[in-house]
Design a binder for this molecule. Structure first.
Ligand code: ZN
Length: 423
């Protein structure tokens, strides 16, 4: 009995252990030919040691997290392949430690702010407080429950009846903390700003916002592994997690013209699409918002990091969508308005051709299955002339990132209205 108790204790302390990334390096590699692409894709599928931040594609840079014991292997690999590799982060753990330092300092006036990242409890308490404070126009409700029993929450703002709607989903990828920080900043602006542009979009549009579409993964990224992307559903004897943004139903696990799935069937990989479409509680919760509000939304936005992209349909095929020219025009209005704030330059275009193949992602589902014409993925700040941080964007960039994204959204709304939407 004593032994069992001791074993249980050992088990508990082991599972509470935080992954550390001391002296891990992040390299940016440029994939210039098919052989190099295949090698990186092989690492993505089969290697436990390396972490490929986003799926590689031809003629583009991919960032790879390399543990110290793989430094010489990695050097040999890139040399053999003739692949350019640039060291961009020297010690990943240092960046992680810096990131949460301010929020761990106890403050006298425990006000919610965007000076530090907030954990799930802090975000949920703030959502409750805002819904209570602005109860005539705002509400928060549960739209599902994760496998670990956490609520998936939808925050709604409606200042007058008859409005068309914008649906925002954020932080579906656990490690992309800037996405939920931006979503809460957006809620705060919509409820408190006196700027006429913000008052316009908050008064004449209904907003449905999921700040944390993947609560289990988000908590795990705080408590256990800062680099976690997926859900926490047990998916095999060895592994946890489905990539919820590869689990949506529209053309789920469908290869594009080049044969690329843009998702994986291997449970241990970061882009595992799940056992079947909409198999996960998180994706079904989002699906219920679409279903319960059929015909309500003109715009759907999926907040991610990083890379400065505004991506449209399609992810699962290289064929441009029927509304390509409108999506591009409205997207360009977003880009121009965003760039005017801090000079950040977003690329706009179809996911598959601008970035990479991705089947089962939410914007394809919103556009293809639910007919929401203006569906976009936003890839926010991470690497730029302000520094190289990837997913671990220091908290001093939360506000500049959120301000430029909101300016971009004002531009997007204006352009959408010229096409007869959001009126
Ligand atoms: Zn993402």
């Amino acid at each position: 009995m004593k032994f069992l108790a001791l074993l249980a204790l050992l088990f508990l302390s082991a599972s509470a252990e935080k992954s550390r990334f001391d002296n891990y390096r992040v390299y940016s590699v440029t994939v210039e030919n098919y052989q190099q692409l295949q090698a990186i894709q092989y690492l993505e599928e089969h290697s436990d040691a390396y972490n490929i931040f986003e799926s590689p594609h031809l003629n583009a840079d991919t960032e790879i997290l390399v543990p110290p014991h793989k430094f010489s292997d990695f050097e040999e690999l890139t040399e053999n392949l003739g692949m350019k590799a640039k060291l961009i982060i020297n010690n990943y753990q240092e960046l992680i430690d810096e990131e949460i330092k301010p929020s761990r300092t106890p403050r006298v006036d425990a006000q919610y702010d965007w000076v530090s990242y907030k954990n799930l409890n802090e975000i949920n308490a703030w959502l409750d407080q805002m819904a209570a404070q602005y109860s005539s126009v705002a509400s928060v409700r549960n739209i599902g429950t994760t496998i670990q029993g956490r609520p998936i929450r939808l925050f709604k703002i409606s200042k007058k009846s008859g409005n068309r709607g914008i649906f925002v989903e954020a932080n579906i990828h656990a490690r992309e903390w800037i996405s939920s920080a931006t979503a809460t900043y957006l809620i705060n602006e919509l409820l408190t700003s006196t700027n006429p542009d913000i008052v316009d979009i908050s008064t004449n549009i209904d907003w449905y916002i999921i700040t944390n579409a993947n609560p289990d993964g988000f908590v795990f990224s705080w408590d256990s592994n800062r680099n976690w992307r997926k859900t926490r559903a047990p998916v095999s004897a060895l592994c946890f997690g489905v990539d919820p943004n590869r689990n949506f139903a529209y053309n789920w696990l469908t290869p594009d013209e080049t044969g690329s799935l843009g998702a994986s069937t291997s449970p241990c990989t970061d882009t595992y699409a799940g056992p079947s479409p909409l198999s996960e509680n998180e994706t079904r919760a989002i699906e219920s918002v679409f279903a319960d509000n059929a015909g309500k939304f003109d715009v759907f936005l999926s907040f991610h990091s990083y890379g400065h992209y505004l991506l449209t349909a399609w992810g699962h095929t290289r064929v441009p969508p029927a509304d390509n020219s409108m999506l591009q025009t409205v997207g360009n209005a977003f880009r121009t308005a965003l760039q005017a704030v801090n000079g950040i330059n977003y690329a706009v275009g179809p996911t598959n051709t601008v970035l990479y193949a991705a089947s089962g992602a939410s914007p394809d589902h919103a556009y293809g299955h639910h007919g929401i014409k203006l569906a976009y993925t936003l890839e926010m700040r991470g690497n730029g002339n302000y520094g190289n941080y990837g997913f671990v964007l220091p908290p001093q960039f939360i506000i500049p990132n959120a301000q430029e994204v909101i300016a971009g959204l004002v531009g997007l709304v204006r352009s959408a209205r010229t096409f007869g939407y959001l009126n």
